[in-house]
Write a new protein. Structure first.
Lengths: 237, 345
Protein backbone atom coordinates (compact mmCIF):
# COMPACT_ATOMS: atom_id res chain seq x y z
CA UNK A 1 0.00 0.00 0.00
CA UNK A 2 1.15 3.52 -0.71
CA UNK A 3 1.89 5.92 2.01
CA UNK A 4 -1.17 8.16 2.50
CA UNK A 5 1.10 11.13 2.82
CA UNK A 6 2.61 10.48 -0.58
CA UNK A 7 -0.84 10.12 -2.05
CA UNK A 8 -1.92 13.36 -0.47
CA UNK A 9 1.11 15.19 -1.80
CA UNK A 10 0.62 13.76 -5.28
CA UNK A 11 -3.05 14.63 -5.29
CA UNK A 12 -2.33 18.15 -4.11
CA UNK A 13 0.31 18.71 -6.79
CA UNK A 14 -1.99 17.38 -9.49
CA UNK A 15 -4.82 19.57 -8.26
CA UNK A 16 -2.63 22.66 -8.18
CA UNK A 17 -1.38 21.98 -11.68
CA UNK A 18 -4.87 21.62 -13.08
CA UNK A 19 -6.10 24.74 -11.40
CA UNK A 20 -3.11 26.69 -12.63
CA UNK A 21 -3.69 25.49 -16.18
CA UNK A 22 -7.32 26.63 -16.04
CA UNK A 23 -6.34 29.99 -14.65
CA UNK A 24 -3.73 30.51 -17.34
CA UNK A 25 -6.19 29.51 -20.03
CA UNK A 26 -8.71 32.01 -18.74
CA UNK A 27 -6.10 34.74 -18.60
CA UNK A 28 -5.03 33.97 -22.15
CA UNK A 29 -8.63 34.17 -23.34
CA UNK A 30 -9.06 37.46 -21.54
CA UNK A 31 -5.94 38.87 -23.15
CA UNK A 32 -7.00 37.81 -26.62
CA UNK A 33 -10.44 39.23 -26.03
CA UNK A 34 -8.86 42.50 -24.98
CA UNK A 35 -6.76 42.55 -28.15
CA UNK A 36 -9.81 41.80 -30.25
CA UNK A 37 -11.70 44.67 -28.64
CA UNK A 38 -8.78 47.00 -29.16
CA UNK A 39 -8.57 46.09 -32.82
CA UNK A 40 -12.32 46.48 -33.20
CA UNK A 41 -12.27 49.87 -31.50
CA UNK A 42 -9.36 50.97 -33.68
CA UNK A 43 -11.15 49.81 -36.82
CA UNK A 44 -14.37 51.51 -35.74
CA UNK A 45 -12.48 54.70 -35.05
CA UNK A 46 -10.86 54.53 -38.48
CA UNK A 47 -14.26 53.93 -40.07
CA UNK A 48 -15.75 56.81 -38.12
CA UNK A 49 -13.00 59.19 -39.20
CA UNK A 50 -13.26 58.08 -42.82
CA UNK A 51 -17.06 58.44 -42.75
CA UNK A 52 -16.78 61.85 -41.14
CA UNK A 53 -14.26 62.96 -43.76
CA UNK A 54 -16.46 61.74 -46.62
CA UNK A 55 -19.52 63.33 -45.07
CA UNK A 56 -17.70 66.62 -44.73
CA UNK A 57 -16.47 66.37 -48.31
CA UNK A 58 -20.01 65.73 -49.53
CA UNK A 59 -21.39 68.51 -47.37
CA UNK A 60 -18.84 70.92 -48.83
CA UNK A 61 -19.83 69.75 -52.31
CA UNK A 62 -23.48 70.50 -51.57
CA UNK A 63 -22.59 73.80 -49.94
CA UNK A 64 -20.51 74.82 -52.94
CA UNK A 65 -23.48 74.14 -55.22
CA UNK A 66 -25.78 76.07 -52.90
CA UNK A 67 -23.38 79.01 -52.70
CA UNK A 68 -23.00 79.07 -56.47
CA UNK A 69 -26.76 79.04 -56.85
CA UNK A 70 -27.09 81.85 -54.37
CA UNK A 71 -24.51 83.87 -56.23
CA UNK A 72 -26.27 83.21 -59.53
CA UNK A 73 -29.53 84.62 -58.19
CA UNK A 74 -27.96 87.44 -56.22
CA UNK A 75 -29.25 90.94 -56.73
CA UNK A 76 -26.07 91.95 -58.53
CA UNK A 77 -26.23 89.02 -60.90
CA UNK A 78 -29.92 89.43 -61.56
CA UNK A 79 -29.45 93.11 -62.27
CA UNK A 80 -26.70 92.31 -64.76
CA UNK A 81 -28.74 89.57 -66.41
CA UNK A 82 -31.83 91.76 -66.58
CA UNK A 83 -29.93 94.59 -68.23
CA UNK A 84 -28.35 92.27 -70.78
CA UNK A 85 -31.69 90.66 -71.52
CA UNK A 86 -33.36 94.06 -71.84
CA UNK A 87 -30.76 95.12 -74.39
CA UNK A 88 -31.15 91.88 -76.30
CA UNK A 89 -34.94 92.10 -76.27
CA UNK A 90 -34.97 95.73 -77.37
CA UNK A 91 -33.05 94.82 -80.51
CA UNK A 92 -34.87 91.56 -81.02
CA UNK A 93 -38.37 92.99 -80.77
CA UNK A 94 -37.45 95.57 -83.40
CA UNK A 95 -36.29 92.83 -85.73
CA UNK A 96 -32.59 93.57 -85.41
CA UNK A 97 -31.35 90.23 -84.11
CA UNK A 98 -31.35 86.57 -85.15
CA UNK A 99 -34.66 84.79 -85.08
CA UNK A 100 -36.54 88.06 -85.40
CA UNK A 101 -36.79 88.32 -89.16
CA UNK A 102 -40.15 88.99 -90.67
CA UNK A 103 -41.76 88.70 -94.04
CA UNK A 104 -42.38 92.39 -93.94
CA UNK A 105 -38.98 93.72 -92.88
CA UNK A 106 -39.83 97.41 -93.18
CA UNK A 107 -43.37 97.91 -91.99
CA UNK A 108 -43.23 101.64 -92.51
CA UNK A 109 -42.99 101.18 -96.26
CA UNK A 110 -46.49 100.45 -97.50
CA UNK A 111 -46.79 97.35 -99.61
CA UNK A 112 -50.32 97.92 -100.79
CA UNK A 113 -50.73 99.18 -104.32
CA UNK A 114 -54.03 100.77 -103.46
CA UNK A 115 -52.67 103.07 -100.81
CA UNK A 116 -49.54 104.13 -102.65
CA UNK A 117 -51.07 107.55 -102.99
CA UNK A 118 -51.12 107.91 -99.22
CA UNK A 119 -47.45 107.29 -98.70
CA UNK A 120 -46.03 109.92 -100.92
CA UNK A 121 -45.10 107.41 -103.57
CA UNK A 122 -47.46 109.04 -105.97
CA UNK A 123 -45.37 110.96 -108.47
CA UNK A 124 -47.51 114.07 -108.46
CA UNK A 125 -48.10 114.11 -104.73
CA UNK A 126 -48.17 117.44 -103.02
CA UNK A 127 -44.87 118.26 -101.34
CA UNK A 128 -46.61 119.57 -98.26
CA UNK A 129 -48.55 116.36 -97.99
CA UNK A 130 -45.36 114.33 -98.41
CA UNK A 131 -43.43 116.17 -95.74
CA UNK A 132 -46.40 116.03 -93.39
CA UNK A 133 -46.78 112.30 -93.94
CA UNK A 134 -43.07 111.72 -93.50
CA UNK A 135 -43.04 113.61 -90.23
CA UNK A 136 -46.02 111.67 -88.94
CA UNK A 137 -44.48 108.35 -89.94
CA UNK A 138 -41.29 109.27 -88.12
CA UNK A 139 -43.28 110.22 -85.08
CA UNK A 140 -45.19 106.95 -85.24
CA UNK A 141 -41.93 105.02 -85.56
CA UNK A 142 -40.44 106.84 -82.61
CA UNK A 143 -43.52 106.21 -80.47
CA UNK A 144 -43.53 102.54 -81.44
CA UNK A 145 -39.88 102.18 -80.51
CA UNK A 146 -40.53 103.68 -77.13
CA UNK A 147 -43.34 101.25 -76.46
CA UNK A 148 -41.25 98.33 -77.72
CA UNK A 149 -38.45 99.38 -75.40
CA UNK A 150 -40.91 99.37 -72.53
CA UNK A 151 -42.12 95.94 -73.59
CA UNK A 152 -38.50 94.75 -73.64
CA UNK A 153 -37.96 96.07 -70.14
CA UNK A 154 -41.01 94.28 -68.82
CA UNK A 155 -40.12 91.06 -70.66
CA UNK A 156 -36.59 91.05 -69.30
CA UNK A 157 -37.98 90.86 -65.76
CA UNK A 158 -40.34 88.06 -66.69
CA UNK A 159 -40.71 85.13 -68.99
CA UNK A 160 -38.70 86.04 -72.06
CA UNK A 161 -36.25 83.38 -73.16
CA UNK A 162 -33.49 85.00 -71.14
CA UNK A 163 -35.72 86.73 -68.59
CA UNK A 164 -35.39 86.38 -64.86
CA UNK A 165 -38.26 83.89 -64.63
CA UNK A 166 -36.35 81.51 -66.86
CA UNK A 167 -32.79 82.23 -65.79
CA UNK A 168 -33.57 82.06 -62.06
CA UNK A 169 -35.39 78.76 -62.48
CA UNK A 170 -32.44 77.36 -64.42
CA UNK A 171 -29.97 78.62 -61.83
CA UNK A 172 -31.91 77.05 -58.98
CA UNK A 173 -32.24 73.80 -60.93
CA UNK A 174 -28.49 73.75 -61.53
CA UNK A 175 -27.75 74.35 -57.86
CA UNK A 176 -30.31 71.72 -56.91
CA UNK A 177 -28.58 69.14 -59.08
CA UNK A 178 -25.29 69.70 -57.28
CA UNK A 179 -26.95 69.49 -53.89
CA UNK A 180 -28.90 66.37 -54.83
CA UNK A 181 -25.76 64.65 -56.08
CA UNK A 182 -23.91 65.44 -52.87
CA UNK A 183 -26.86 64.20 -50.82
CA UNK A 184 -26.92 60.97 -52.82
CA UNK A 185 -23.26 60.49 -52.01
CA UNK A 186 -23.88 61.26 -48.33
CA UNK A 187 -26.77 58.84 -48.18
CA UNK A 188 -24.71 56.06 -49.71
CA UNK A 189 -21.67 56.75 -47.56
CA UNK A 190 -23.75 56.82 -44.39
CA UNK A 191 -25.31 53.52 -45.37
CA UNK A 192 -21.88 51.98 -45.79
CA UNK A 193 -20.82 53.39 -42.44
CA UNK A 194 -23.86 51.82 -40.81
CA UNK A 195 -22.86 48.44 -42.19
CA UNK A 196 -19.31 48.94 -40.94
CA UNK A 197 -20.62 49.87 -37.51
CA UNK A 198 -22.66 46.69 -37.36
CA UNK A 199 -19.57 44.48 -37.59
CA UNK A 200 -18.95 42.76 -34.23
CA UNK A 201 -15.65 42.24 -32.48
CA UNK A 202 -14.25 38.75 -32.21
CA UNK A 203 -15.50 37.00 -29.08
CA UNK A 204 -12.95 34.80 -27.28
CA UNK A 205 -14.16 32.31 -24.69
CA UNK A 206 -12.08 29.90 -22.66
CA UNK A 207 -13.43 26.38 -22.66
CA UNK A 208 -12.02 24.34 -19.71
CA UNK A 209 -11.23 20.68 -20.19
CA UNK A 210 -13.94 18.21 -19.20
CA UNK A 211 -11.43 16.82 -16.73
CA UNK A 212 -10.90 20.14 -15.03
CA UNK A 213 -13.36 19.36 -12.16
CA UNK A 214 -11.04 16.53 -11.19
CA UNK A 215 -8.29 19.00 -10.43
CA UNK A 216 -10.30 20.67 -7.71
CA UNK A 217 -11.35 17.29 -6.35
CA UNK A 218 -7.74 16.15 -6.33
CA UNK A 219 -6.67 19.37 -4.70
CA UNK A 220 -9.33 18.93 -2.01
CA UNK A 221 -8.48 15.34 -1.46
CA UNK A 222 -4.77 16.03 -1.30
CA UNK A 223 -5.07 18.96 1.03
CA UNK A 224 -7.30 16.95 3.32
CA UNK A 225 -4.80 14.06 3.38
CA UNK A 226 -1.94 16.42 4.05
CA UNK A 227 -3.87 17.88 6.92
CA UNK A 228 -4.48 14.52 8.44
CA UNK A 229 -0.84 13.55 8.06
CA UNK A 230 0.22 16.77 9.68
CA UNK A 231 -2.20 16.19 12.51
CA UNK A 232 -0.85 12.71 13.13
CA UNK A 233 2.70 13.94 13.15
CA UNK A 234 1.88 16.48 15.82
CA UNK A 235 -0.10 14.00 17.99
CA UNK A 236 0.99 14.04 21.66
CA UNK A 237 1.12 10.60 23.38
CA UNK B 1 -6.62 19.00 -17.22
CA UNK B 2 -6.18 22.48 -18.77
CA UNK B 3 -8.61 23.66 -21.53
CA UNK B 4 -7.97 24.15 -25.20
CA UNK B 5 -6.26 27.27 -26.45
CA UNK B 6 -8.71 30.23 -26.53
CA UNK B 7 -10.43 30.52 -29.89
CA UNK B 8 -12.94 33.08 -31.24
CA UNK B 9 -16.26 31.37 -31.57
CA UNK B 10 -17.80 34.06 -33.87
CA UNK B 11 -14.93 34.44 -36.29
CA UNK B 12 -17.01 33.21 -39.23
CA UNK B 13 -19.73 35.76 -38.50
CA UNK B 14 -17.26 38.59 -38.05
CA UNK B 15 -15.48 37.68 -41.27
CA UNK B 16 -18.79 37.70 -43.09
CA UNK B 17 -19.70 41.06 -41.57
CA UNK B 18 -16.38 42.55 -42.59
CA UNK B 19 -16.73 41.12 -46.07
CA UNK B 20 -20.22 42.60 -46.30
CA UNK B 21 -18.94 45.99 -45.20
CA UNK B 22 -16.12 45.89 -47.75
CA UNK B 23 -18.54 44.82 -50.45
CA UNK B 24 -20.94 47.61 -49.50
CA UNK B 25 -18.14 50.16 -49.66
CA UNK B 26 -17.06 48.91 -53.08
CA UNK B 27 -20.64 48.86 -54.27
CA UNK B 28 -21.23 52.40 -53.07
CA UNK B 29 -18.06 53.61 -54.79
CA UNK B 30 -19.27 51.99 -58.00
CA UNK B 31 -22.71 53.53 -57.53
CA UNK B 32 -21.23 56.99 -57.10
CA UNK B 33 -19.14 56.42 -60.19
CA UNK B 34 -22.27 55.46 -62.10
CA UNK B 35 -24.07 58.54 -60.82
CA UNK B 36 -21.26 60.79 -61.99
CA UNK B 37 -21.18 59.11 -65.38
CA UNK B 38 -24.95 59.26 -65.67
CA UNK B 39 -25.06 62.96 -64.85
CA UNK B 40 -22.34 63.61 -67.40
CA UNK B 41 -24.35 61.66 -69.95
CA UNK B 42 -27.51 63.63 -69.21
CA UNK B 43 -25.63 66.92 -69.26
CA UNK B 44 -24.14 66.01 -72.61
CA UNK B 45 -27.54 65.02 -74.04
CA UNK B 46 -29.19 68.26 -72.97
CA UNK B 47 -26.45 70.84 -72.92
CA UNK B 48 -24.17 69.41 -75.60
CA UNK B 49 -20.50 68.59 -75.62
CA UNK B 50 -18.16 71.45 -74.81
CA UNK B 51 -15.93 72.42 -77.71
CA UNK B 52 -12.28 72.44 -76.68
CA UNK B 53 -9.05 73.59 -78.21
CA UNK B 54 -5.44 72.62 -77.59
CA UNK B 55 -3.56 74.96 -75.32
CA UNK B 56 0.14 74.50 -74.63
CA UNK B 57 1.66 76.00 -71.52
CA UNK B 58 4.48 75.44 -69.07
CA UNK B 59 3.51 73.00 -66.34
CA UNK B 60 3.22 74.41 -62.84
CA UNK B 61 5.25 72.00 -60.70
CA UNK B 62 3.68 73.34 -57.52
CA UNK B 63 0.72 71.13 -58.35
CA UNK B 64 2.96 68.06 -58.40
CA UNK B 65 2.81 66.73 -54.85
CA UNK B 66 2.74 62.94 -54.86
CA UNK B 67 4.04 62.89 -51.29
CA UNK B 68 0.92 64.70 -50.10
CA UNK B 69 -1.24 62.23 -51.94
CA UNK B 70 0.66 59.44 -50.22
CA UNK B 71 -0.26 60.94 -46.88
CA UNK B 72 -3.85 61.12 -47.99
CA UNK B 73 -3.88 57.46 -48.90
CA UNK B 74 -2.11 56.53 -45.67
CA UNK B 75 -4.84 58.35 -43.76
CA UNK B 76 -7.42 56.08 -45.27
CA UNK B 77 -8.27 58.07 -48.35
CA UNK B 78 -8.75 56.45 -51.69
CA UNK B 79 -7.16 57.41 -54.92
CA UNK B 80 -4.50 56.56 -57.38
CA UNK B 81 -1.25 58.31 -56.67
CA UNK B 82 -0.28 57.83 -60.30
CA UNK B 83 -3.45 59.49 -61.58
CA UNK B 84 -2.11 62.48 -63.57
CA UNK B 85 -5.33 64.44 -63.41
CA UNK B 86 -4.95 65.09 -59.70
CA UNK B 87 -1.77 67.02 -60.49
CA UNK B 88 -3.38 69.09 -63.21
CA UNK B 89 -1.90 66.95 -65.96
CA UNK B 90 -3.91 65.66 -68.93
CA UNK B 91 -4.92 62.03 -68.89
CA UNK B 92 -2.36 61.11 -71.58
CA UNK B 93 0.52 61.77 -69.21
CA UNK B 94 1.91 59.19 -66.79
CA UNK B 95 3.08 59.77 -63.25
CA UNK B 96 5.39 57.35 -61.55
CA UNK B 97 8.78 56.63 -60.10
CA UNK B 98 11.54 57.23 -62.57
CA UNK B 99 15.30 56.93 -62.37
CA UNK B 100 16.91 60.10 -63.66
CA UNK B 101 19.48 59.15 -66.25
CA UNK B 102 20.37 59.93 -69.80
CA UNK B 103 17.30 60.89 -71.66
CA UNK B 104 15.50 62.31 -68.68
CA UNK B 105 14.73 65.97 -69.02
CA UNK B 106 16.59 67.97 -66.40
CA UNK B 107 15.74 71.18 -64.59
CA UNK B 108 16.85 74.21 -66.50
CA UNK B 109 17.64 76.42 -63.54
CA UNK B 110 21.21 76.54 -62.41
CA UNK B 111 21.34 76.26 -58.65
CA UNK B 112 23.60 75.01 -55.94
CA UNK B 113 22.80 71.43 -55.30
CA UNK B 114 24.06 71.29 -51.70
CA UNK B 115 25.85 68.58 -49.81
CA UNK B 116 23.82 65.82 -51.39
CA UNK B 117 25.08 66.55 -54.86
CA UNK B 118 25.96 63.40 -56.74
CA UNK B 119 29.18 62.91 -58.55
CA UNK B 120 29.61 64.72 -61.81
CA UNK B 121 29.82 61.48 -63.71
CA UNK B 122 26.28 60.57 -62.83
CA UNK B 123 25.03 63.87 -64.11
CA UNK B 124 26.82 64.03 -67.38
CA UNK B 125 26.62 67.41 -68.98
CA UNK B 126 23.60 68.46 -67.02
CA UNK B 127 25.20 68.60 -63.62
CA UNK B 128 24.93 72.34 -63.23
CA UNK B 129 21.38 72.56 -64.36
CA UNK B 130 19.75 70.72 -61.49
CA UNK B 131 18.04 72.33 -58.53
CA UNK B 132 18.73 71.47 -54.95
CA UNK B 133 16.68 68.72 -53.29
CA UNK B 134 14.72 71.35 -51.40
CA UNK B 135 13.85 73.06 -54.63
CA UNK B 136 12.94 69.78 -56.21
CA UNK B 137 10.55 68.92 -53.41
CA UNK B 138 9.74 65.23 -53.57
CA UNK B 139 12.25 64.58 -56.28
CA UNK B 140 15.73 63.40 -55.61
CA UNK B 141 18.96 63.65 -57.43
CA UNK B 142 19.87 61.41 -60.32
CA UNK B 143 22.03 58.58 -59.28
CA UNK B 144 20.15 58.30 -56.02
CA UNK B 145 16.88 56.47 -55.57
CA UNK B 146 14.11 56.75 -58.11
CA UNK B 147 12.02 59.89 -57.95
CA UNK B 148 8.50 60.87 -58.89
CA UNK B 149 8.40 62.07 -62.44
CA UNK B 150 6.16 62.67 -65.40
CA UNK B 151 6.20 60.89 -68.72
CA UNK B 152 4.46 62.65 -71.57
CA UNK B 153 2.53 60.83 -74.30
CA UNK B 154 5.62 60.71 -76.50
CA UNK B 155 7.52 58.82 -73.81
CA UNK B 156 9.75 61.65 -72.68
CA UNK B 157 10.28 61.64 -68.93
CA UNK B 158 10.66 64.79 -66.88
CA UNK B 159 11.43 65.24 -63.21
CA UNK B 160 10.12 68.10 -61.06
CA UNK B 161 11.66 71.47 -61.66
CA UNK B 162 12.51 70.97 -65.28
CA UNK B 163 10.75 72.52 -68.22
CA UNK B 164 7.62 70.65 -69.19
CA UNK B 165 5.27 71.81 -71.89
CA UNK B 166 1.77 70.53 -71.29
CA UNK B 167 -0.93 70.48 -73.93
CA UNK B 168 -4.36 70.65 -72.41
CA UNK B 169 -7.85 70.80 -73.79
CA UNK B 170 -9.49 74.04 -72.74
CA UNK B 171 -13.17 74.75 -73.35
CA UNK B 172 -13.99 77.51 -75.78
CA UNK B 173 -17.36 78.16 -74.17
CA UNK B 174 -19.20 76.71 -77.14
CA UNK B 175 -20.96 73.38 -77.30
CA UNK B 176 -21.98 70.97 -80.01
CA UNK B 177 -25.24 69.10 -79.89
CA UNK B 178 -27.78 69.36 -77.11
CA UNK B 179 -30.25 72.19 -76.89
CA UNK B 180 -28.13 75.07 -78.07
CA UNK B 181 -29.14 78.59 -79.03
CA UNK B 182 -29.80 77.74 -82.70
CA UNK B 183 -32.33 75.16 -81.49
CA UNK B 184 -34.32 77.83 -79.65
CA UNK B 185 -33.84 80.35 -82.46
CA UNK B 186 -35.27 77.83 -84.90
CA UNK B 187 -38.26 77.34 -82.64
CA UNK B 188 -38.83 81.08 -82.44
CA UNK B 189 -38.37 81.47 -86.16
CA UNK B 190 -41.01 78.83 -86.76
CA UNK B 191 -43.51 80.79 -84.69
CA UNK B 192 -42.58 84.02 -86.45
CA UNK B 193 -42.86 82.42 -89.86
CA UNK B 194 -46.37 81.34 -88.96
CA UNK B 195 -47.65 84.59 -87.47
CA UNK B 196 -45.76 87.29 -89.35
CA UNK B 197 -47.42 86.64 -92.73
CA UNK B 198 -50.76 87.01 -90.98
CA UNK B 199 -49.67 90.31 -89.53
CA UNK B 200 -48.53 91.43 -92.96
CA UNK B 201 -51.72 90.27 -94.64
CA UNK B 202 -53.90 91.99 -92.09
CA UNK B 203 -51.81 95.12 -92.35
CA UNK B 204 -52.24 95.21 -96.10
CA UNK B 205 -55.98 94.66 -95.79
CA UNK B 206 -56.19 97.42 -93.21
CA UNK B 207 -54.25 99.76 -95.46
CA UNK B 208 -56.57 99.05 -98.34
CA UNK B 209 -59.62 99.49 -96.17
CA UNK B 210 -58.23 102.75 -94.84
CA UNK B 211 -57.60 103.99 -98.35
CA UNK B 212 -61.11 103.18 -99.45
CA UNK B 213 -62.69 104.79 -96.42
CA UNK B 214 -60.60 107.91 -96.77
CA UNK B 215 -61.50 108.08 -100.44
CA UNK B 216 -65.18 107.70 -99.67
CA UNK B 217 -64.85 110.47 -97.13
CA UNK B 218 -63.04 112.62 -99.63
CA UNK B 219 -60.01 113.02 -97.35
CA UNK B 220 -57.48 110.98 -99.28
CA UNK B 221 -55.02 113.82 -99.67
CA UNK B 222 -55.68 115.41 -96.33
CA UNK B 223 -53.47 115.81 -93.30
CA UNK B 224 -55.88 113.56 -91.44
CA UNK B 225 -55.08 110.81 -93.94
CA UNK B 226 -51.40 111.12 -93.09
CA UNK B 227 -52.24 110.83 -89.41
CA UNK B 228 -54.25 107.69 -90.02
CA UNK B 229 -51.53 106.10 -92.15
CA UNK B 230 -48.94 106.83 -89.49
CA UNK B 231 -51.22 105.42 -86.82
CA UNK B 232 -51.71 102.23 -88.81
CA UNK B 233 -47.95 101.89 -89.36
CA UNK B 234 -47.44 102.28 -85.63
CA UNK B 235 -49.99 99.58 -84.97
CA UNK B 236 -48.17 97.34 -87.40
CA UNK B 237 -44.83 97.86 -85.69
CA UNK B 238 -46.31 97.18 -82.29
CA UNK B 239 -48.17 94.11 -83.53
CA UNK B 240 -45.01 92.67 -84.98
CA UNK B 241 -43.14 93.37 -81.77
CA UNK B 242 -45.91 91.66 -79.85
CA UNK B 243 -45.64 88.58 -82.04
CA UNK B 244 -41.86 88.53 -81.56
CA UNK B 245 -42.36 88.91 -77.83
CA UNK B 246 -44.74 85.96 -77.75
CA UNK B 247 -42.32 83.88 -79.80
CA UNK B 248 -39.51 84.74 -77.41
CA UNK B 249 -41.67 83.90 -74.41
CA UNK B 250 -42.54 80.58 -76.03
CA UNK B 251 -38.83 79.91 -76.46
CA UNK B 252 -38.36 80.70 -72.77
CA UNK B 253 -41.12 78.23 -71.91
CA UNK B 254 -39.40 75.65 -74.08
CA UNK B 255 -36.12 76.31 -72.31
CA UNK B 256 -37.85 75.77 -68.97
CA UNK B 257 -39.44 72.60 -70.29
CA UNK B 258 -36.06 71.31 -71.43
CA UNK B 259 -34.68 71.95 -67.96
CA UNK B 260 -37.65 70.09 -66.50
CA UNK B 261 -37.02 67.12 -68.75
CA UNK B 262 -33.37 67.16 -67.75
CA UNK B 263 -34.42 67.11 -64.10
CA UNK B 264 -36.68 64.14 -64.80
CA UNK B 265 -33.77 62.28 -66.32
CA UNK B 266 -31.65 63.08 -63.26
CA UNK B 267 -34.42 61.87 -60.95
CA UNK B 268 -34.64 58.66 -62.92
CA UNK B 269 -30.90 58.28 -62.65
CA UNK B 270 -31.09 58.53 -58.89
CA UNK B 271 -33.99 56.08 -58.86
CA UNK B 272 -32.21 53.51 -60.91
CA UNK B 273 -28.58 54.40 -60.33
CA UNK B 274 -27.99 52.99 -63.71
CA UNK B 275 -26.39 55.33 -66.25
CA UNK B 276 -27.66 53.29 -69.20
CA UNK B 277 -31.28 53.67 -68.17
CA UNK B 278 -30.66 57.34 -67.52
CA UNK B 279 -29.13 57.71 -70.95
CA UNK B 280 -32.18 56.05 -72.51
CA UNK B 281 -34.44 58.35 -70.52
CA UNK B 282 -32.42 61.33 -71.65
CA UNK B 283 -32.57 60.17 -75.25
CA UNK B 284 -36.33 59.69 -74.98
CA UNK B 285 -36.75 63.11 -73.41
CA UNK B 286 -34.63 64.63 -76.12
CA UNK B 287 -36.84 63.01 -78.73
CA UNK B 288 -39.99 64.26 -77.00
CA UNK B 289 -38.71 67.81 -76.83
CA UNK B 290 -37.59 67.72 -80.43
CA UNK B 291 -41.14 66.80 -81.39
CA UNK B 292 -42.56 69.64 -79.34
CA UNK B 293 -44.67 71.97 -81.44
CA UNK B 294 -45.96 75.39 -80.52
CA UNK B 295 -49.69 75.81 -80.18
CA UNK B 296 -50.23 78.01 -83.18
CA UNK B 297 -53.66 79.47 -83.72
CA UNK B 298 -54.60 82.12 -86.29
CA UNK B 299 -54.48 85.70 -85.17
CA UNK B 300 -57.73 87.55 -84.68
CA UNK B 301 -58.18 91.01 -86.20
CA UNK B 302 -55.30 93.02 -84.84
CA UNK B 303 -55.64 96.24 -86.82
CA UNK B 304 -58.26 98.79 -85.96
CA UNK B 305 -59.34 100.79 -89.01
CA UNK B 306 -63.07 101.04 -88.23
CA UNK B 307 -62.56 104.06 -86.04
CA UNK B 308 -60.32 105.70 -88.56
CA UNK B 309 -62.61 105.33 -91.55
CA UNK B 310 -65.77 105.70 -89.51
CA UNK B 311 -64.60 108.95 -88.03
CA UNK B 312 -63.69 110.34 -91.42
CA UNK B 313 -66.98 109.24 -92.93
CA UNK B 314 -68.75 110.88 -90.05
CA UNK B 315 -66.66 113.98 -90.47
CA UNK B 316 -67.52 114.08 -94.16
CA UNK B 317 -71.17 113.57 -93.43
CA UNK B 318 -71.21 116.27 -90.77
CA UNK B 319 -69.30 118.64 -93.02
CA UNK B 320 -71.73 118.15 -95.88
CA UNK B 321 -74.69 118.47 -93.52
CA UNK B 322 -73.30 121.71 -92.15
CA UNK B 323 -72.77 122.97 -95.67
CA UNK B 324 -76.31 122.15 -96.68
CA UNK B 325 -77.67 123.83 -93.61
CA UNK B 326 -75.53 126.87 -94.28
CA UNK B 327 -76.77 127.01 -97.89
CA UNK B 328 -80.36 126.98 -96.72
CA UNK B 329 -79.70 129.80 -94.32
CA UNK B 330 -77.99 131.76 -97.05
CA UNK B 331 -80.86 131.34 -99.46
CA UNK B 332 -83.33 132.49 -96.82
CA UNK B 333 -81.38 135.64 -96.30
CA UNK B 334 -80.98 136.48 -100.01
CA UNK B 335 -82.84 139.80 -99.49
CA UNK B 336 -79.75 141.21 -97.94
CA UNK B 337 -77.95 140.57 -101.25
CA UNK B 338 -75.58 138.16 -99.72
CA UNK B 339 -74.59 135.13 -101.61
CA UNK B 340 -72.59 132.15 -100.70
CA UNK B 341 -70.79 130.16 -103.25
CA UNK B 342 -70.54 126.53 -102.56
CA UNK B 343 -68.41 123.99 -104.14
CA UNK B 344 -71.27 122.93 -106.32
CA UNK B 345 -71.89 126.37 -107.48
Amino acid sequence: MCDPTVLAIGSTVAGLAGTAANTMGQMSAANRQQDAYNQWVAQQEKNRQAAAAKDEQDRQMADAARAQGLQDVSATNQTTEQQAEQARLTGYLQGNQPASTTTNPNPLVPTSVADAALSGQKQDADSTFQSDLSAKLNKASSDAKQRIAALATVGSYGGSSGGLDVSNALNFAKAGQGIDLANEFRKGNLSVYGIQQAANPLQYQYNPSPLSPLSSTALGFGSQGLGQSLAKAMKVN
Amino acid sequence: MGGKAPKADNSAIVQQQQADAAAAAAKEAARQQRLSQGLASIKQAFEGTPVTKDTTSAYDWSKFNPADVGKYIAAGGTGDQTDPTQYGLPSGYKVGMVTPSTGVSTPSTKAAYGSGAPSASSWGNNQLSYKSPAQLGAARAPGAASVWGVTDPSGKTTIPGSDLEVTTQTPTGETTGGFDQPFYDKYKQGILDYYMPQVSDQYNLARNELTYRLARAGTLDSSAAGTDVADLAKQNTLNEANVRSQADTAAGDLRTQVAGEEQKAVSQLYATEDPEVAANQATSAVRDISLQQPNLSPLSAIFNVADIGGANILKGYQGQNFLNTFKNVASNTSGRNQSVKTGNG
